[in-house]
Write a protein that binds this ligand. Structure first.
Ligand code: UT7
Length: 337
């Protein structure tokens, strides 16, 4: 284990202004506000009208850099976790690099769906721990509305658009920062959650478009069963490895796919509802953005405090899942004042 630790030294997020409510979805597909709220916890989500994922990502990154008080030219590496890249290539990270003016940075995209941010945080932290880099931007950004079928009630009620970013730097204090990470994947889950069209298996044709293959497909029940067990298991695993009890954890930050999955994870961890970051009601499932979006909102409103133990937990397409244990080092605006 490396002596150098990576820590989060800035956070920022961006959500588009345009709101899509459950009431509006009632007019688009056969659904009800009551069904959506009781089955998922979602009341509304944001939809980006103009621009693409790189624009969401840039706004989030700019917020983080502004808060840290540094220019984009100080960034060494940009990792963008996304399943909605602006284009298949070049990487969205390259577009973000240019739009930000991060003249000295290199970058790449990481595809792990809803686990994208935790995977990218893991990758980014290794570049800090190895001593290779001093400033790494890790961004979770998804314009899910671009790949959502608004005629499919099984999926269109779930997703929204957002981005959030963190800056990683070497920790000045070795008991603070990203202290442990556990990641898994199981490709046998590919059948249950995917977007089939547009890749090398099914290049775009009239047929792939007619069959709605360029949209998210999800077998919700199958994914739900696996998500409930996997997210709770991996959260419990990271707590055991680090000798943490429920009362030691300041915040659980779960991926926001379904309130019932979040509650099941918290129950398994022995954590009270009051210590879980939940904003699914406002944004729905924003895929790679959900976890850093929570961190940014809770930090900004003064609830996420320096010294707190924070457990991030996720589950998504792949299947991919994982958990990260952080001792939070960044003083929030109220603590700084
Ligand atoms: O983020 C990455 C990982 N993804 C997840 O973790 C998501 C996991 N899955 C889920 O969160 C849930 O499975 C869903 C929210 C997607 C669905 O909830 P569910 O309780 O599993 O519902 P279901 O798919 O089993 O459907 C139950 C019923 C069905 O009707 P019948 O067959 O019982 O008559 C559906 O056709 O609800 C129906 N239904 C709807 N009804 C009203 C499905 N979607 C809707 C809808 N409005 N939007």
């Amino acid at each position: 284990m490396s002596e150098l630790k990576a820590t989060i030294t800035a956070v920022g997020h961006y959500v588009p202004e345009n709101v899509l409510t459950n009431a509006e979805l009632e007019k688009m597909v056969m659904t009800t506000d009551e069904w959506i709220v009781t089955r998922t916890g979602i009341r509304e989500r944001r939809i980006q009208k103009e621009g693409a994922t790189s624009d969401l990502a840039c706004r989030a990154a700019q917020a983080a850099l502004h808060d840290r008080g540094i220019g984009a030219d100080e960034v060494d590496l940009i990792i963008v976790a996304t399943v909605t890249p602006d284009m298949i290539f070049p990487a969205t990270a390259c577009l973000v690099q240019t739009k930000l003016g991060a003249t000295k940075a290199w970058g790449f995209d990481l595809s792990a769906a809803c686990s994208g941010f935790l995977y990218a945080l893991n990758a980014g932290s290794r570049f800090i721990e190895s001593g290779a880099h001093k400033k790494v931007l890790v961004i979770g950004a998804d314009k899910m509305s671009a790949i959502t079928d608004y005629t499919d009630r099984n999926t269109c009620i779930l997703f929204g658009d957002a981005a959030a970013a963190v800056l990683l730097e070497p920790s000045q204090e070795k008991e603070f920062g990203i202290l442990d990470q556990v990641m898994y994947c199981d490709g046998s889950g590919a059948e249950a959650l995917n977007m089939k069209g547009g890749g090398s298996l099914h290049p775009p044709t009239h047929e792939t478009i007619d069959k709605h293959m360029h949209y998210v497909y999800q077998d919700g029940k199958t994914v739900f069963k696996k998500a409930v067990v996997s997210m709770a298991d991996v959260a419990a695993e990271i707590m055991e490895r680090n000798h943490l009890s429920g009362s030691d954890v300041g915040w659980l930050v779960p991926h926001q796919a379904n309130l019932r999955i979040i509650d099941a994870t918290a129950k398994r961890m022995g954590i009270d509802r009051s210590k879980i970051m939940i904003n699914i009601e406002k944004y729905g499932n924003t895929t790679a953005a959900t976890i850093p979006l929570c961190l940014s909102e809770w930090w900004r409103n003064g609830s996420l405090k320096r010294g707190q133990n924070v457990v991030l937990a996720t589950f998504g397409a792949g299947y991919t899942w994982g958990a990260t244990f952080i001792r939070w080092s960044l003083a929030n605006p109220a603590e700084r004042a």
